[in-house]
Design a protein around this ligand. Structure first.
Ligand SMILES: [Zn+2]
Length: 116
């Protein structure tokens, strides 16, 4: 594990891939658990993070916030290769988001296995 000296401007394809997965996971979780909350189509709009994500997935406010945080943190992750967040010494997520993402992963994990 080496700390990158500088952030590259080009987007690492692994970040793009991970972000797409995050979108997928949070969307799945929100659809299954927040049926009664009002939702808006998700748009990722951080000019500093040059990601292209599918727009229009319906998410509630809470999940949209979590997803944005998760994607930005993934983008800013200084570790290369990135360890699994669970095993990472950095704990870059704010604790409220970390707990929320834990809940998402616990919900989504077994469902992904069934999908295959
Ligand atoms: Zn939600």
């Amino acid at each position: 594990m080496n700390l990158k000296k500088e952030k590259q401007l080009d987007l690492d394809p692994r970040i793009q891939e991970d972000s797409e997965k995050l979108l997928e996971f949070v969307h799945m979780f929100c659809r299954g658990n927040h049926k009664d909350l009002s939702k808006t189509p998700f748009i990722f709009d951080y000019p500093k993070v040059p990601l292209k994500l599918e727009e229009g997935r319906e998410l509630c406010d809470e999940c949209a916030k979590l997803l944005k945080h998760a994607i930005v943190m993934r983008y800013l992750c200084p570790l290369d290769p990135k360890p699994s967040c669970r095993n990472c010494p950095e704990h870059c997520y704010k604790s409220e988001y970390r707990d929320a993402m834990d809940v998402v992963m616990k919900y989504v994990g077994p469902r992904l296995l069934f999908k295959r």
